[in-house]
Design a protein around this ligand. Sequence first.
Ligand SMILES: Nc1ncnc2c1ncn2[C@@H]1O[C@H](COP(=O)(O)OP(=O)(O)OP(=O)(O)O)[C@@H](O)[C@H]1O
Ligand SMILES: [Mg+2]
Length: 353
Amino acid sequence: MNNFTSWLAKIKLPFFSSFEIYFDLGTSLTKIAIKDKGIILREPTFLGYNSRINQYLFFGTEAKSIIGKTPDFIKIVRPVVGGVISDFDAEVILIKKYLEKSVYLYFSNKIIKPIMVGVAVIPSIATEIEQKAVEEALYKNGLSQVFLIEKPLATAAGCNLNIFSHQPNLIADLGGGLIELSIVGSGGIISQKTLKNAGDNMNKLIYNYVYLKYGVILGEATCEELKTDLLNFENTEKTITIRGKSLETGLPKSVRIKSSDIKEALLTNFNLIIDGIKELIESSPPEIVNEVMKQGVILTGGLSQIKGLDKFFEQEIKINVLTSENYQYATINGLIKLARNKEELSKLIIRLS
Ligand SMILES: Nc1ncnc2c1ncn2[C@@H]1O[C@H](COP(=O)(O)OP(=O)(O)OP(=O)(O)O)[C@@H](O)[C@H]1O
Ligand SMILES: [Mg+2]
């Protein structure tokens, strides 16, 4: 990678010559933003592959909506698993599609195609190979320069924290592929703990629970729907009647699922997250513990919208827990914010060998 200073020199060229694009290639949702316009794309990280003609035909929302409803020769592919690229070729194609759908629309009135410069986030536990995969997937899509920063730093900035201050803050990003628990301050990650029992894993636990308790086999989309529609920690009991396949007969079978079922299915999983937060605090130096106790814990990411989750965590951890305002967009908004100050951004860039 060329160094950041050379990029700084480049962006001093006339406006039309460079275009800054920000990427949060999430496990569940891909978010793309551009300088001055903000977020311009938020779509599921899913594709549909037709193995008869060897082509990806469905993308994003459409691909996600057809899970479990297609003939065998159409396979739904999730190119990002556990926060990192697991199917490189599919991810390159998905980014291409998303650039066409969002960023390229802003090029239509430009005579010369601008130089595209990308800033992307990567999980703090990503290996160098996984970091390079993100970089490469963007280079393959025509970006001239790609800079990577650690995701928790962007997420913290998106939760309105000043990551350069010496005030440590504990952020829990509860996403689809990863639970990233990080104490951030002084322009870096002070300590962190990452768990893989995130949103996708919870869908699997719901599948197992319904299978064992009711003898019904559910599709992936139904499991996700049960989680998002029923789960709450406020003791509100809602019920949904869903249709799956009977384990005994193989025929369709309807079953009524309650909020308390989903809570029971996922309680151990949430307790593991709580244990993770406690361990992170306990393993930190006393000064940090003291600050975190004062500041509280900030929840963000898709799962943080579960009603009552903050209060439930608060009871268990015995520290103030707050849910960030724009939990769906904290990471990408933080990236936009950090990129406004190039001097500060340059201090966060990961240097790959
Ligand atoms: N209202 C809701 N209740 C419960 N879960 C929800 C709700 N809304 C979204 N989710 C879950 O949040 C997860 C997606 O979160 P998010 O958008 O933060 O993930 P991501 O950024 O794509 O993934 P990651 O950062 O882990 O790579 C999914 O598992 C989704 O089912
Ligand atoms: Mg995320």
